[in-house]
Design a protein around this ligand. Structure first.
Ligand code: GLU
Length: 296
């Protein structure tokens, strides 16, 4: 019985890239009689779009992607993240960092490709009791290598310290995506994490955290290619993309959307096994035209 999860940030409507991840996660769970959990990653209040979590849940429902159990909201799990940071502090793996806000502003959200900054370790060896220039962020002292077999991308080996000492908690008190996702995937007993390939470099960080936190089970991962627009650019809730809702409003049926998503996953029948795609999936031209008002 495989437990999977879909973990959208409530920053906009469900787009086709998110729907692909949700359908793959649903298929894996259903094929084994397992469960698909829905987790709302609402840790960064300024980025939240009111009502979008409900809209995402309704769009999943319209597609026939049923979720199991109660919806998990990260904003309600802060005590778990606090406990994890405390455990890492006891293990001597955390240091305060008072580098400027611009360096750390993006860390409460998942860092999609092209948005990453590798922290150069400025505060790593400074006295943690020094006078801070501002409320410090807490960073993880990273070390070593992480290897894993990605179901879609194959064998992976990453030097975690080359990815930089990433933030666990921002100076403003917000817990970072990497910490929250690692704690939640472990504590929710997730067997397989499916997500976009732009998050591949987050996985060694999250596995590193799970090992340090001594969770005795870690998930398997499948990083799927991105769904792109006609120009080959990632559809994004941040940059407005072809949303499932826009397609529905333009008269596209749930069956048509599901048939296209299954096609990307190499499935002809709903009960087929997934053939993990290796290349980007461009939105059909007709849909791109329908959604043009959103894409401009
Ligand atoms: N909340 C992240 C996003 O919507 C996804 C994180 C994940 O699947 O680990 O981009």
């Amino acid at each position: 019985m495989t437990t999977t999860r879909f973990a959208p940030s409530p920053t906009g409507d469900l787009h086709l890239g998110g729907a692909l991840v949700a359908v793959a996660s649903h298929t894996l769970a259903r094929a084994s009689g397992g469960a698909l959990r829905l987790r709302i990653e609402d840790l960064d209040p300024p980025r939240i779009v009111a009502g979008s979590a409900d809209r995402i849940a309704r769009d999943l429902d319209w597609l026939g992607v049923g979720v199991d159990g109660a919806i998990v909201r990260q904003s309600e799990r802060r005590a778990h993240y606090e406990a994890a940071v405390a455990a890492l502090e006891r293990a001597g793996r955390v240091y305060p960092c008072d580098c400027s806000r611009a360096d750390i502003a993006r860390v409460a959200s998942a860092p999609h490709e092209g948005e990453e900054t590798v922290y150069p370790g400025i505060c790593r060896d400074l006295n943690p009791s020094r006078q801070m220039k501002r409320a410090p962020a807490l960073r993880l002292r990273t070390q070593g290598f992480i290897t894993f077999d990605d179901l879609a991308c194959g064998s992976q080996r990453h030097a975690v310290d080359a990815l930089g000492d990433f933030v666990l908690k921002r100076g403003d008190g917000a817990f970072a995506y990497q910490l929250a996702a690692a704690v939640d995937d472990a504590e929710m007993n997730i067997d397989v994490v499916v997500r976009g390939r732009d998050l591949l470099s987050s996985t060694p960080r999250q596995l590193h955290l799970m090992h340090l936190l001594r969770y005795n089970k870690t998930p398997h991962y499948a990083h799927v290619p991105l769904v792109v627009d006609a120009l080959g650019q990632r559809l994004s809730k941040r940059a407005r993309g072809a949303s499932v809702r826009a397609l529905r409003e333009a008269g596209v049926s749930a069956d048509e959307v599901m048939a296209w998503l299954r096609g990307v996953l190499g499935m002809t029948q709903p009960e087929d096994a997934i053939a993990w795609p290796t290349s980007e999936a461009p939105v059909p031209a007709a849909w791109a035209r329908l959604a043009r008002s959103e894409l401009t």
